[in-house]
Every structure is written in structure tokens, then in C-alpha cells.
Design a protein around this ligand. Structure first.
Ligand code: PBG
Length: 327
């Protein structure tokens, strides 16, 4: 009997050459899919190293503009800004200061780079002395009392030039609170990217180092989601969509690809995956040891987010990826 006597299915035919593989490739990754996060600090000529996030810096506004121009030259079209103020208080009042750090960064970027999409993280944890994402009373994070402060912050970001505001606090009702406040201020064109499905995750560790936003007591489990829950993720995504969100985010990404997939399958809004700080730092640490090939693992991870259904990916690897995609 020769091999011709029984035919076997041969998927390998379509893998034989790079041209054939390119022809049948189902998922693509483009620089248009990337959102670059930036940390902004007070001062001048600041490029501060973050020990737990090698390659990521905290920029003062002047340096941020220079770095953003490098990103734009590589084709990156969207930035997500996090402000790190010098002064913190119980309420986080620097968050809505018209002369606050994010507001000044937004105005500078808007002026220098009129075509980029500017997104601002709306949360109080970087601005409160206790490090929680809302007002605290008797050790509890208050929901309804926090909403007007978030709304005020979002409006001040939009006035300063944000195209899109991204609430990351996980208070109930915040998307509609932001939408109503923006509309009342005449900011009907400002979009909302909701951190819809945000888990209480250990993968945020390096970010809290970078932003100085570690809670001074307790943790965030009374407002961020339990990593065990998937049905509840759908409820959060549905609520944010019905409250007027323009994009739905899942965060973190790597351990939550099932959630990315189910959220993207059940909405017509763009789905965003946040490749968070801990995911970044793990890759950086392993590749610094020579244990993994940084470029290959990053491209594989990002392709996985896209394959799971993410249209957009927020990632600290964005600049490197944009460079790799060019060659
Ligand atoms: C603020 C916020 C956090 C992140 C984004 N926005 C930290 C947190 O919830 O503690 C994490 C981002 C990252 O880890 O890269 N609430």
C-alpha cells in the first residue's frame, strides 16, 4: 500500500511558505490598534525611571511632548494619560484642578499634536492621600458621593483637550454620571472609554509603584471585580454600554482572554484590552534574563488579544511594537 491509497487531511499545505501563511493569516496587528500609556509628573526636564517597569518613564510635560512626537513618527495615534500630582488630599482635589498635571499635559499635547487621540484616565487614586479610587468614610469607599468628583474631573479633562475620558474607578453609575456632566457642559463629542470589566488584580503592582497609588489601607476588592467571575463581567459591560460608553475595556488582558472574547462577541462597540503593568514587567524581567525572546513573545501576546476580539490594545510595549511592525 502506498501513501496514495488513503488520503489524509493536510493542513500543512497552507503553512508551507511565508507567502502562503500570509495569505491565510486570520489575525493582524497594526499600529492603528495600539494605545500608548504615559505617566506625567510635575516639574521640568523630568524623565524618571520606574524601577519595576524597565523602559517606562515618568515625563514632565515638556519631555512628554517630545516623547509623544517620537510615538507619532512611528504611527501611534492614541495616548492614555495618567497624572501624578505633587499634592494629594483626602478628596483628590488635584484631579479636577484646571491647572492640574493632566490638564496641562492635555493642553500641551493638543497644541503640539492636533491630530492624535488624547485619552485621559479618570480616577481619584493617584490624587487621594489614602490611595483609594473614591471618597472614603469610616474605611468605606463611598459610591454616590464619588460620582460628582469623577464627573468634574472628566469635564475638566475634556475642556483641556481630551477626546476621550476613561473612568477606571469602578464606581456604579459612573459612565452615566460622566455622560450627563459632559453633555451639560456642551461636550457632547467627548467619548467615554469605560474600564468596564476591571478586576481586583495583582497584575497592577508595578503601576501602583509608578503612580504612587497603592491604597494606604485595605484593598480594592469592594469595588474592582473578583477574578473568579465571568457572568458578572457581562453585566458590567452591558451596564456601561447602556449608560452610554463608546468603548468597553477589559483589564487585565492576559489572564482574561475568555472575558475579552465574550465581551467582544456581545457588543457592537469596540472592545479594548489593557495589557497591564504586571504583564509588561514579567516579559521585561524574563527577556532581561534571556529566558524569552522579547519581540516574539510580545507580538504573540498582542496577536492573542486581537484574536480574542480586542480591536484596541493599551500597552506599555506600544513604541517597541510600532518599531517592530515597521521592519
Ligand atoms: C487607576 C488605575 C490603575 C491602573 C489603571 N488605572 C491601578 C489600580 O486600579 O490600582 C492599572 C494599570 C496597570 O497596571 O498598568 N485606578
Amino acid at each position: 500500500m502506498t501513501s496514495h491509497d488513503h488520503s489524509i487531511a493536510r493542513p500543512r499545505r497552507l503553512r508551507a511558505t511565508e507567502s502562503m501563511r500570509a495569505l491565510v493569516r486570520e489575525t493582524t496587528l497594526s499600529v492603528n490598534d495600539l494605545i500608548q500609556p504615559f505617566f506625567v509628573v510635575e516639574g521640568h526636564a523630568q524623565r524618571q525611571v520606574i524601577a519595576s517597569m524597565p523602559g517606562v518613564l515618568r515625563f514632565s510635560v515638556d519631555e512628554l511632548v517630545l516623547e509623544a512626537k517620537v510615538a507619532v513618527a512611528l504611527g501611534i495615534k492614541a495616548f492614555l494619560l495618567f497624572g501624578i500630582p505633587d499634592e494629594k488630599d483626602e478628596e483628590g482635589s488635584e484631579a479636577w484642578n484646571p491647572e492640574g498635571i493632566v490638564q496641562r499635559a492635555l493642553r500641551a499635547l493638543r497644541r503640539e499634536l492636533p491630530d492624535v487621540v488624547l485619552i485621559s484616565d479618570v480616577c481619584l487614586c493617584e490624587y487621594t492621600s489614602h490611595g483609594h479610587c473614591g471618597l472614603v468614610h469610616n474605611g468605606m469607599v463611598l459610591n454616590d458621593e464619588t460620582l460628582p468628583l469623577l464627573a468634574r474631573t472628566a469635564v475638566s479633562h475634556a475642556h483641556a483637550g481630551a477626546d476621550m475620558v476613561a473612568p477606571s474607578d469602578m464606581m456604579d453609575g459612573r459612565v452615566s454620571a460622566l455622560r450627563v456632566a459632559l453633555d451639560h457642559a456642551g461636550l457632547t463629542e467627548t467619548a467615554i472609554m469605560a474600564y468596564s470589566v476591571k478586576y481586583a488584580s495583582a497584575f497592577y503592582g508595578p503601576f501602583r509603584d509608578a503612580a504612587g497609588s497603592t491604597p494606604q489601607f485595605g484593598d480594592r476588592r469592594a469595588y474592582q471585580m473578583d477574578p473568579s467571575n465571568a457572568r458578572e463581567a457581562m453585566r458590567e459591560a452591558f451596564l456601561d454600554e447602556s449608560e452610554g460608553a463608546d468603548m468597553l475595556m477589559v483589564k487585565p488582558a492576559l489572564a482574561y482572554l475568555d472575558i475579552v472574547k465574550s465581551v467582544s462577541a456581545s457588543t457592537h462597540l469596540p472592545t479594548v484590552a489593557y495589557n497591564v503593568s504586571g504583564e509588561y514587567s514579567m516579559v521585561k524581567a524574563a527577556s532581561a534574563h534571556g529566558w524569552v525572546d522579547e519581540r516574539r513573545v510580545v507580538l504573540e501576546m498582542l496577536t492573542g488579544f486581537r484574536r480574542a476580539g480586542a480591536k484596541l490594545i493599551i500597552t506599555y510595549h506600544a513604541l517597541d511594537v510600532a518599531r517592530w511592525l515597521k521592519n
